[in-house]
Design a protein around this ligand. Structure first.
Ligand code: WT7
Length: 638
């Protein structure tokens, strides 16, 4: 694929993608290895919705990510693994090695009864085996459902049951900073309520003692002794499901976003190459790309695994956290491996910024060429700190906006092509047609305006459905504004036509780049004994972007002289058990009532204002059932 090199070329590509989207994408898709060409490039409507790209096309994404590169780059590193402990030796897997290991793992899955279409839950640390397992599923046409290692047993169980997974692949434990985290134990707790699971495949990482149930649990090491490195890739239809990834919304339990083989592959690879100007011209070692996300999130799926590998690139996989052994760890990794492109989240930048420049000093960052940001709005201070101190003002900062549902980046500068502007995701990539709409769904045209961000035409990476519940997909994304895909984000388009994402307009929080539904947190809090009702809102947090503020009503049954601090800690423990530590409220305020309208609806607007500390401007409270409750909450605000 030829890269876009100038702004004129970007504009020409954009025009073409709007005038003739099918021709535009067909040309890009042709660069991949298809077992059989597609017969219809695009078939769609946003009403059902029904979206099909490259219909009739047959392929296997792992042939594109692995086999295709064996003739030209078998000995080139595909994955460079940096362990949690810098003293532990890392691992470099060339394309040949990765191909062999994926085939072996695929054979292990087959030996354990996995066939095309089966769902496999993957709950693992950030080790090469995680990427290998994901690709092994894709190799045999099994659908992976990766669950982030920070989720609780209950969350794993919910996801396994929703997708009716047959097999779990996990690890005895994980290293995260100076902590050792149990994984198999957590899976065991989850599986008490998961009758669909027939087999648990356990790798060893920490070699902590774990229970191994005869007939259900097998060691990966043992299994690998029985397989060869030959595994023919399963032929998949372009629209066969590649994976499910659960993500939070404003209501109910997390939903399983479904991505399919052909469109997702084309989009992940195209955006990777375009945004990061990733050049794989033959004969040279391509840039080293370091995406700091976890493979448990979409960023890891698209820009650690599929995008870079489908491109023939080299992807760095880091097991640890940015602050271990100290806040210089990212820069240590950049220096040690000569990283060329780093892709991280504003929350990490802000926390490293807070740790001070002494952690940056002494590291040679001259290998860096491009700095990426993803996951939440990046504030001006963090943007400049990144630009000044990490990129030394010689690397473009690409603020990439997208979502689990979009499969890949939608709005972003193209490195060295699009003029950047701090806090702006700038312009839509070719193929993306954003529109801003008002509350009534009317399109807001022109520049210097803001509204709700929608997209009016499909791109290959858009979600196809939500697993097991197509109506929920329609309801969530395609019903608010008929004919449009609604992102849930608010957005500003400035005088230059540049886009700045201002944050969610629904009841979804973004805490340290993690997406959490307020309803989910409320449900978890409400499960705590003695809690009558709760309301959760977000508030601005210096490092996390948003913090979680919970207003909680308890009953009178608390032990006499009960310690409210202890009750708060109990509630936190309950939330950790139900969802996981990422959903723990930062602040809990006990209240005796919540501001409700006469129809019983909680007025979150008021609660948000109080949580933000903006109690002077609460707006109209006259429609409240009991306006007095607001004064009490204001007085007790934390
Ligand atoms: C939500 C999607 C994109 C992969 C990681 C998060 C917010 C994401 C940006 C950005 C402002 C951003 C949006 C979006 N978001 N990137 N560059 N600027 N906001 O994926 O968990 O599905 O969350 O993250 O609010 O809707 P996700």
């Amino acid at each position: 694929m030829s890269l876009i090199k100038t702004f004129d070329q970007y504009q020409a590509a954009y025009q073409k993608s709007v005038n003739d989207p099918e021709a535009f994408w067909a040309e890009i898709a042709q660069e991949f290895k298809w077992r059989k060409p597609w017969t219809k490039t695009l078939d769609w409507n946003f009403t059902d919705p029904s979206i099909k790209w490259f219909q009739g096309g047959k392929l296997n994404i792992t042939e594109n990510c692995l086999d295709r590169h064996l003739t030209t780059r078998a000995d080139q590193p595909a994955i460079v693994w940096e362990p949690n402990d810098p003293a532990e030796p890392g691992v470099t897997l060339t394309y040949r090695m990765l191909h062999d290991q994926v085939c072996r793992m695929a054979n292990v899955l087959k030996r354990n009864g996995v066939v095309k279409g089966d769902r496999v839950c993957v709950y693992m640390p950030m080790v090469p085996e995680l990427a290998i397992t994901v690709l092994a599923c894709a190799r045999i046409g099994a659908i992976h459902s990766v669950v982030f290692g920070g989720f609780s047993a209950q969350s794993i169980a919910d996801r396994i049951n929703d997708a009716q997974c047959k097999v779990v692949v996990t690890s005895d434990g994980a290293y995260r900073g100076n902590k050792e985290i149990p994984m198999k134990d957590t899976v065991d707790d989850a599986l008490i309520g998961c009758p669909s699971i027939e087999r648990v495949i356990v790798m060893t990482r920490t070699r902590t003692p774990v229970a191994m149930l005869k007939g259900r649990d097998v060691w990966l090491e043992q299994e690998l002794k029985h397989v060869t490195a030959t595994c023919e890739a399963e032929e998949m239809d372009a629209e066969d499901v590649l994976f499910i990834l659960y993500t939070s919304g404003s209501t109910g339990k997390p939903k399983g976003v479904v991505h399919t083989c052909g469109g997702y592959m084309v989009y992940a690879a195209y955006t990777f190459q375009t945004v990061f100007q990733y050049d794989t011209s033959a004969g040279t070692q391509p840039p080293l790309f370091f995406c700091t996300a976890d493979i448990g999130w979409i960023t890891g799926h698209s820009y650690i695994v599929y995008g870079p590998l489908a491109t023939g690139g080299t992807s760095l996989l880091f097991e640890g956290v940015p602050t271990f052994p100290d806040a210089g760890r990212f820069w240590d990794i950049v220096d040690k491996h000569r990283v060329n492109i780093i892709y991280t989240a504003p929350t990490a930048i802000r926390s490293l910024m807070g740790a001070g420049l002494s952690h940056v000093a002494g590291h040679d960052l001259s290998s860096l060429q491009i700095l990426g940001s993803v996951g939440e709005p990046i504030n001006a201070e963090a943007w400049h700190w990144y630009d000044d101190n990490i990129g030394k003002n010689r690397c473009p900062v690409v603020d990439t906006w997208w979502q689990t549902e979009t499969g890949g980046i939608l709005i972003s500068p193209i490195a060295n092509v699009t003029k950047t502007k701090p806090t702006f995701a700038t312009l839509p990539l070719p193929g993306i047609q954003p529109v801003l709409v008002d509350e009534n769904g009317a399109e807001i045209e022109g520049n210097g305006v803001s509204g709700n961000l929608c997209i009016k035409f499909p791109w290959p990476g858009i979600l196809r459905t939500t697993w097991g519940d197509h109506e929920r997909c329609r309801q969530t994304y395609f019903s608010a504004y008929p004919g449009l895909y609604f992102t849930g984000d608010g957005c500003l388009r400035d005088e230059d036509g540049y886009y700045r994402i201002t944050g969610r307009v629904d009841d979804v929080l973004n805490v340290s780049g993690h997406r959490i539904g307020t309803a989910e947190v409320e449900n978890a809090i409400n499960m705590h004994t003695g809690v009558v009702e709760s309301a959760v809102v977000g508030y601005p947090h210096d490092i996390k972007g948003q913090g979680i503020y919970a207003y909680v009503i308890t009953d009178d049954e608390q032990p006499i002289g009960h310690d409210t601090d202890l009750t708060k800690r109990d509630i936190l423990a309950t939330v950790t058990r139900v969802i996981g530590p990422i959903a723990r409220p930062d602040k809990i305020q006990f209240v005796t009532g919540l501001p409700k309208t006469r129809s019983g609806k909680i007025m979150r607007r008021i609660l948000r204002k109080i949580a933000e500390g903006d109690t002077a401007n609460l707006g109209d409270t006259s429609t409240l059932l009991d306006p007095g409750v607001v004064d009490e909450i204001k007085k007790g605000a934390i």
